[in-house]
Design a protein around this ligand. Structure first.
Ligand code: SF4
Ligand code: SF4
Length: 167
């Protein structure tokens, strides 16, 4: 008799569990089904840092301020004679600019401190790799990210545009 009761309660428990599973299977998913469905991220999402090489003056400010020391910059000096005569001028030429995204903690300090608007946040985030070495992005790849950078948001009512924004 006790054996029969035990079997009945086991069967009831199993049926109850299966009904919960079935009910859950038939309900629509509440989570975003990435990668089949792209996540609906806020437009100013910090996905990856882009470099506009033409704006970089090789001042090293970003690499000095980076708390993770994950910005690598190499440059050399070139001296040019001015077309109109006068003293020769020297300028730094960027050889290498790379960010190791395996170390970066996405603090944004480099973007904030760059005095020449050479670094920007891009919302792109799909750059995961199986090899950790490939997480270091060289300047060519960092430049490609600039094409995904969104334009700055519109100024708030009453805000005074800077000279740069007004031109
Ligand atoms: S976001 Fe922060 S950690 Fe990443 S490269 Fe810039 S300063 Fe370094
Ligand atoms: S702070 Fe800006 S301009 Fe200076 S090295 Fe970094 S990216 Fe280039």
């Amino acid at each position: 008799m006790a054996e029969q009761t035990r079997k009945r309660s086991t069967g009831l428990g199993l049926a109850k569990g299966l009904s919960v599973t079935l009910k859950t299977m038939l309900q629509p998913a509440v989570t975003q089904q990435y990668p089949r469905v792209k996540p609906d991220l806020p437009p100013r999402t910090r996905g990856v840092i882009a470099l506009k090489e033409a704006n970089c003056t090789v001042c090293y400010k970003c690499s000095r301020e980076c708390p993770d020391w994950c910005i690598y910059i190499d440059a050399h000096k070139e001296t040019h004679d001015p077309a109109g005569g006068g003293r020769a001028r020297s300028a730094k030429v960027l050889d290498r600019f790379a960010i190791d995204y395996a170390l970066c903690m996405y603090c944004g300090i480099c973007v904030e401190v760059c005095p020449f608007d050479a670094l920007f946040w891009s919302p792109e985030f799909e750059y995961g790799e199986y090899d950790i070495d490939l997480m270091t992005h060289e300047k060519e790849r960092l430049e490609e990210w600039t094409y995904t950078v969104l334009p700055p948001p519109a100024l708030e009512d009453g805000a005074v545009p800077t000279e740069e924004q007004a031109s």
